[in-house]
Ligand binder design. Structure first.
Ligand code: ADP
Ligand code: MG
Length: 466
């Protein structure tokens, strides 16, 4: 298994990157879904944990369905402390809390920071960074955010259950932790339990094995607020579903707050029984949509601020955050990862952050975020950039204020799409192809003599493509 994971990592990261970080990684063993790796230095361990946690967890989970987390140990540590497999009786959470470098399947990056607390052995730790303060609100997540706040601030049950759903890395776990932190702060007497559906299953299976289902039921039914993350995990797992449903019903009947997350809406949860799906939709189902540009930029600014508060000032030149917000569109986790990677790289090689460097460092990520660029998009972006109205730019007006942006947009359309000159002309208010040729020549010339134009074109090109 390790050999296959290694091979895939090597293929994904490329020879050089792989050799810098993974060449000296050794496999120490696997027990109960827990993978133990050792590395020679603390530095390498931290780097791996902060940069490759998600990837490692994902690759491993692909190989081994029972995977729950990876521990990365440093040389000596690997042989002494923590070398013994976790005994059956020890809750997994405790072990995770002691190993600061554990990478979990559910919230991989969360374990790189100290945990807030443990909860009666069944709950998962909360990430101290996942608070409402740190959550940036935009159009795509405002409903989910508002609902989460309401539930966190109410003194009794509001929407029950609150069902949060959306694609991976869009902030579901963050919102759930934020609710938990907030309730703990406002109403410490309420007992809040947060865990992933996977862990729920794990606990349940263990309870069955130790013929301890009474205690199991007790644990869950005595809480005031139960949060189960990534409930899609129990699809097709019949007995776990059944138990989950009983727990769920018991809590709702006793007027306890239940909060669930999933990667899709209740009705789309295939592999989960109809009666459960329908009950999951009884309260409020709030979806989180993919981010838009403004939200991505807002998140980057917030993360950059937070980074500086923790690690001191970092000079990030204008254009870099904008560039990232334009180009890393997949999800917030990748967006955050991209920023961290650029900052870490700059500080490691001791060079200032620049657009060029960001592009270089993020090459693979940018490629995977790539999509086809359209003429419409170029036009929109250029109009935004020069602050002119799109309609004016496409009209017959010859005023310089719109003529130059128009030429830039034509130029970029020629450079970044495979459209022919006549096609481009048509998209620009039915102009002739000679107009397009003229624009392309003009901008080429200007770029040689006018560094302002050159920069504009360069920045626009990067924003559009990279
Ligand atoms: P999900 O559970 O939906 O897969 P997470 O909650 O784990 O996603 O979010 C992934 C990362 O993105 C986390 O580090 C989280 O803090 C961050 N994140 C997501 N949405 C936001 C947001 N709106 N504001 C700030 N950070 C966010
Ligand atoms: Mg999550």
């Amino acid at each position: 298994q390790w050999r296959r994971v290694r091979a895939r990592l090597q293929a994904e990261l490329g020879e050089a990157t792989f050799n810098s970080w993974f060449k000296q990684v050794e496999m120490n063993g696997v027990s109960e879904g827990r993978v133990m790796l050792s590395v020679p230095t603390r530095f390498i361990r931290n780097w791996i944990v902060s940069h490759y946690a998600d990837r490692l967890a994902k690759l491993w989970a692909d190989e081994d369905p029972s995977f729950c987390r990876v521990d990365v140990l440093v040389g000596a540590e690997a042989r002494t402390e923590d070398a013994a497999p976790v005994s059956d009786a020890a809750p997994v959470e405790t072990a995770a809390a002691q190993a600061p470098s554990a990478i979990r399947a559910d919230t991989p990056l969360a374990t790189a920071v100290p945990h807030g607390f443990e909860d009666a052995g069944v709950g998962a730790p909360l990430d101290p960074r996942f608070t409402f303060d740190a959550f940036v609100v935009g159009k795509s997540n405002e409903l989910a955010h508002a609902a989460a706040r309401r539930v966190a601030e109410a003194t009794d049950v509001t929407f029950n259950p609150l069902f949060l759903y959306g694609g991976v890395g869009l902030g579901k776990t963050h919102l759930m932790h934020a609710i938990a932190w907030e309730i703990r702060k406002r109403q410490p007497e309420r007992k809040v339990l947060y865990l992933s559906a996977e862990k729920f299953m794990y606990q349940f299976v263990r309870a069955l094995r130790f013929k301890d289902t009474m205690a199991f039921k007790q644990q869950f039914r005595s809480v005031d607020v139960l949060m189960i993350d990534d409930v899609q995990f129990i699809s097709g797992k019949d007995s776990t579903q059944e138990e989950f449903f009983h727990t769920f019903n018991a809590l709702i009947d006793h007027n306890r707050q239940v909060i669930i997350s999933a990667d899709r809406s209740p009705s789309d949860l295939e592999g989960i029984e109809e009666r459960i799906r329908s009950r999951l939709g009884w309260g409020l189902a709030a979806d989180i949509h993919p981010t838009d540009y403004e939200l991505r930029l807002g998140i980057l600014q917030a993360k950059a601020d937070e980074m500086m508060q923790r690690n001191g000032p970092v000079s990030i030149p204008p254009g870099v955050l904008e560039f990232l917000a334009h180009r890393i569109v997949s999800n917030v986790r990748e967006l955050e990862g991209a920023l961290k990677r650029v900052v870490a790289y700059a500080s490691l090689v001791g060079r200032p952050i620049t657009l060029d460097m960001s592009q270089e460092v993020l090459r693979d990520l940018l490629r995977s975020n790539d999509r086809k660029i359209t003429i419409e998009e170029i036009q929109r972006r250029v109009a935004e950039y020069y602050n002119v109205r799109l309609a004016d730019m496409l009209s017959a007006r010859r005023a310089r204020a719109v003529a130059r942006p128009r030429q830039v947009a034509m130029y970029l359309s020629k450079q970044l799409t495979t459209r022919s000159l006549p096609e481009i002309g048509r998209k620009f208010g039915g102009r002739d192809h000679t107009t397009v040729i003229h624009a392309v020549r003009k901008i080429d010339e200007l770029c040689l003599v006018d560094s302002g134009i050159e920069e504009d074109v360069d920045l626009l090109r990067r924003m559009l493509e990279g």
